[in-house]
Design a protein around this ligand. Structure first.
Ligand code: ADP
Length: 397
């Protein structure tokens, strides 16, 4: 075993982690510290096919990283092979257009972006701070969800609002899921050499969902905006709607702006429409049992995803590839079919049999023979991308 990388993903109330080795090809261990900030927080390690869960003595990011360090101390072979740590960072603002090795300047830069991601940035900074203290001398990298979309042109990333709001406050579209899109782009280039000179559409459909157009290897448009709320209907997020609705909701339900925004972020989307669940699998089961609201939620999800695919595709010269990824994109036969049905006018067609029988967790091409666009399922792997970035930054040292 060599070149192990610890990947750390600090959310506001969770910390996901993984150790990848041998150029990221092997996941040696992975886990999650959950419900941070409460007194019922736990940490779970999955190692050699077994899960071990224990309560966290103190439910915060610092203790979670301490537990990971303690686990490594008990597994000296893995500990000795650790060459770097990669941190997933949600928001890099306009400061970061690629992954970087962490130093004080980078920490200051992440701090400056905190107003754009007030829930995530403090957690990221805490994770970095603790990791630097507990793993002295181990190089650490920051990998940003936003950096892949820094290639968007001004026409695409600006909102049509008074420009002093952009100049003074940096209010613009940033986009997210960039690490996933970069990974998909690399994988597609291996599967379909030359795709880096073509037009690619990607639908990253998970609990959070977005689309991205990749023109000749570079992101040219994406559906998420200054926050992940813009664009597609998602598990619990509404996606785009008339912004005036916010004030209607505030008045109708006597809510503050933050509370009304919470309705759009946490109570809408598949959950809000189905009044049942944000989980696609649960909704598909319910639909099969005849639940009309579950079917409506899924069909709205499909229609809106197709609309955003077409909208982001306006930045391409041709739509040569369409890739489905994320938990829903990789697994939902029903939604892939419903989305492609909406794209008939664009000659994007999948083959029913290939779609129905696509092997789980594997790459497959599900295009119909007469489809103008190659339709793919490519499982995403953001941890691997973070590990690979970290390795290449370390190699440049
Ligand atoms: P995130 O990383 O954004 O939390 P994921 O990419 O893990 O989300 O995707 C979670 C979604 O994928 C859930 O809605 C889940 O129901 C859906 N999903 C996972 N497996 C299947 C499946 N076999 N069929 C349909 N949907 C699935």
């Amino acid at each position: 075993m060599k070149d192990s990388i610890l990947v750390i993903n600090c959310g506001s109330s969770s910390l996901k982690f993984a150790i990848l080795a041998n150029a990221g090809q092997d996941t040696l261990m992975e886990g999650i510290a959950d419900q941070l900030g409460s007194d019922t927080s736990t940490i779970t390690f999955k190692y050699q096919g077994e899960k071990h869960q224990k309560p966290l003595a103190v439910g915060n990011h610092e203790y979670a990283v301490k537990e990971i360090k303690a686990w490594l101390d008990l597994h000296p072979e893995i500990n000795d092979s650790l060459v770097g740590i990669g941190h997933r960072i949600v928001h890099g603002g306009e400061t970061f257009n690629q992954s970087v090795l962490i130093n004080q300047e980078v920490i200051n830069g992440i701090q400056e972006c905190a107003s754009l991601a007030p829930l995530h940035s403090p957690a990221h900074l805490k994770g970095i701070d603790v990791s630097l203290a507990l793993f002295p001398g181990v190089p650490q990298a920051a990998v940003f969800d936003t950096s892949f979309h820094q290639s968007l042109s001004k026409e695409q990333f600006l909102y049509p609002i008074p420009m002093d709001l952009y100049r003074e406050h940096h209010f613009r579209k940033y986009g997210f899921h960039g690490t996933s899109y970069r990974y998909i782009n690399q994988q597609l280039d291996k599967l379909a050499p030359g795709s880096d000179q073509q037009g690619v559409l990607v639908a990253h459909l998970g609990n959070g969902a977005s689309t991205c157009a990749i023109n000749k290897g570079k992101s040219s448009d994406t559906s998420m905006g200054i926050t992940p709320l813009e664009g597609l209907m998602m598990g619990t997020r509404s996606g785009s709607l008339d912004p005036s609705l916010l004030t209607f909701i505030m008045k109708a339900k006597h809510l503050s702006a933050e509370e009304a925004l919470d309705v759009l972020n946490k109570k809408s989307g598949l959950l809000g429409v189905s009044e049942l669940s944000n989980d696609c699998r649960t909704l598909e089961d319910a639909m099969i049992s005849g639940d009309e609201r579950a079917k409506l939620a899924l069909d709205m999800f499909a229609v809106r995803t197709a609309k955003y695919l077409v909208s982001t595709a306006t930045t391409l010269e041709s739509i040569d590839h369409l890739v489905f990824t994320g938990g829903i994109g990789e697994n939902s036969v029903y939604l892939r079919n419903a989305i492609c049905q909406q794209l008939r006018a664009f000659n994007i067609k999948l083959d029913d049999s290939l779609n129905n029988h696509a092997p789980r967790g594997e790459v497959s091409n599900i295009s119909a023979e007469d489809s103008h666009t190659q339709v793919w399922i490519i499982p995403t792997n953001e941890e691997l991308m973070i590990a690979m970035d970290t390795i290449s930054l370390i190699q440049g040292l």
